[in-house]
Structure formats: structure tokens, C-alpha cells
Design a protein around this ligand. Structure first.
Ligand SMILES: [Ca+2]
Length: 258
């Protein structure tokens, strides 16, 4: 059994000597040649193409979850799933798993190699950490899988890591009554406040002359102030907003009860 490497018959090299009954298998091309017997100096061979041809293709790579949010310095884990899309004639293939991270990130893979049969999938855990000093924003992290038999067959998948640290205090305002309003004694007064925050409001507290009147955890923020027994004259209404990180803001107005 010879393999031709150029113009026949001059450039060949010996693969294997086949005696009667012996076979030679070319695993790469899925061809098996069997010497079925020799008679009168002529050999009869059987050629089987049953194994098919090994056809390689770039693996399928998916990262789950596709996006996550964490504060600066947080460690988030992703699962990197790799599917071998090579034809069955290739047998098992080994894929090297890699990562590419933006500045300010570090990461590690639970394994940097996966051996997979044709059509099979496997996954590794990808642990990523952002720097504690990173600014809020969305960052793209890459994971890739490469067929070690041919590095041309490589696929990169993207994951999103959103850094969000709640470091901005909320805003708050007393929306009713108006600053400087004159309130008639004997009538309950409805106090309203608005509050906003990039990371959500935990509560808004309403104070009268520095004393807590009510705490409201859901918008619209409001409180009822019974001024029947309130002394006539100037009073201060203060709204204090507290965001989900515990940061606070206050606003005060003055009203006159008469
Ligand atoms: Ca905030």
C-alpha cells in the first residue's frame, strides 16, 4: 500500500505491506483498504469508504448568562459551553479554551481544554473579577475555543459585565405644599415629595420641625400632617430620601400655619 505524493508512479511512499486478509485504515479520510487475496500476481483489494471524511468546522461557543451586573470589584461567574461541529469521521477533538479581557479585569477558566466527540458539548466555568476602581459602565469579555488539530477553526463568544456601583446620592424635593405656603389651621395637610436615584430609592422620610412624621417606601411619597393642634406661625417641612446604598439627600421648605 503506497500513498502518492506527486505524479504517479514516481512519487509514492510506503504506508503498509498488506498480506492476504490484512487491512489498512486511513482514519483521517475514513478509507479502509483490505487485501482480499492474491492470485497469479494480481491482488484483489476491497475499498471501504464507510467511515466518511473528516470535515472540520469552527466549534459553537456560547456564554451564559450573556450579561451580568456587579459592583466594581465583584466576582461574577459565567458558563462557557463548547460544541464540537466536526464530522463524526474526525473522532474526538480537543479544544483549547481561552479568554480575552478588557483592561481592569482578571479571570480564570476551570479548564483550558475540552475533549469532545462529534456533536458533543461540554462547558467550563469562567470566573471574572472587575477592579475595585473601575468606573460604572458595560464591558465586553471574550471567551474562545480553538480546535487543537487546526487553529483555523476557532470561535469567540462575548459576555457582558456591567459594573454598577451606587455611589451617587439621590435627589429629593418637597412638591406640596409650596415653599412659603400659608396653611389654614384645622385642616389636614397632604405633604408630597419626589425622589430619584440611579440605583433606586429605599425610603423617603418626612419631618416637621425636625421630628419624623412619616416614612414612605414607595412612590408617590406622601404623608398627612394634622395641623389642628399645631402652633400658629412658621414651620419647617423636610423630606429626606435614602437610596438603596444608604446614601441620603434632604430638602426643606417653610410654611406658615395660621
Ligand atoms: Ca444612588
Amino acid at each position: 500500500m503506497h500513498r502518492a505524493t506527486g505524479n504517479l508512479p514516481t512519487k509514492t511512499y510506503l504506508l503498509q505491506v498488506l498480506t492476504a486478509g490484512q487491512s489498512f485504515s486511513d482514519a483521517t479520510n475514513g478509507i479502509t483498504i483490505t487485501n482480499q487475496g492474491t492470485s497469479g500476481g494480481v491482488a484483489t483489494v476491497g475499498v471501504s469508504m464507510g467511515g466518511g471524511v473528516c470535515s472540520r468546522a469552527s466549534p459553537t461557543v456560547a456564554v451564559s448568562p450573556a450579561s451580568q451586573t456587579g459592583s466594581a470589584g465583584a466576582t461574577l461567574s459565567y458558563s462557557v459551553s463548547v460544541t464540537n461541529t466536526n464530522s463524526s469521521a474526525c473522532g474526538s477533538s480537543t479544544f483549547s479554551i481561552g479568554q480575552a479581557l478588557p483592561s481592569g479585569f482578571s479571570g480564570s477558566l476551570s479548564s483550558t481544554s475540552l475533549a469532545l466527540g462529534s456533536g458533543s458539548s461540554g462547558s467550563v466555568t469562567w470566573t471574572t473579577t472587575s477592579a475595585a476602581t473601575l468606573a460604572n459602565g458595560s464591558y465586553t469579555l471574550d471567551a474562545n475555543a480553538t480546535d487543537t488539530a487546526n487553529s483555523a477553526y476557532t470561535t469567540t463568544a462575548h459576555a457582558s459585565y456591567t459594573v454598577y456601583s451606587n455611589v451617587t446620592p439621590p435627589t429629593v424635593a418637597v412638591t406640596s405644599p409650596a415653599n412659603g405656603a400659608v396653611l389654614s389651621g384645622g385642616h389636614p395637610v397632604s405633604i408630597s415629595a419626589s425622589a430619584t436615584d440611579d440605583g433606586g430609592i429605599q425610603a423617603v422620610e418626612i419631618y416637621i420641625d425636625g421630628v419624623l412624621l412619616a416614612r414612605d417606601t414607595g412612590a408617590p411619597y406622601s404623608a398627612n400632617w394634622n395641623i389642628r393642634k399645631v402652633a400658629k406661625g412658621l414651620h419647617t417641612i423636610k423630606a429626606r430620601a435614602i437610596d438603596n446604598a444608604g446614601l441620603m439627600a434632604e430638602q426643606s421648605i417653610s410654611v406658615t400655619v395660621n
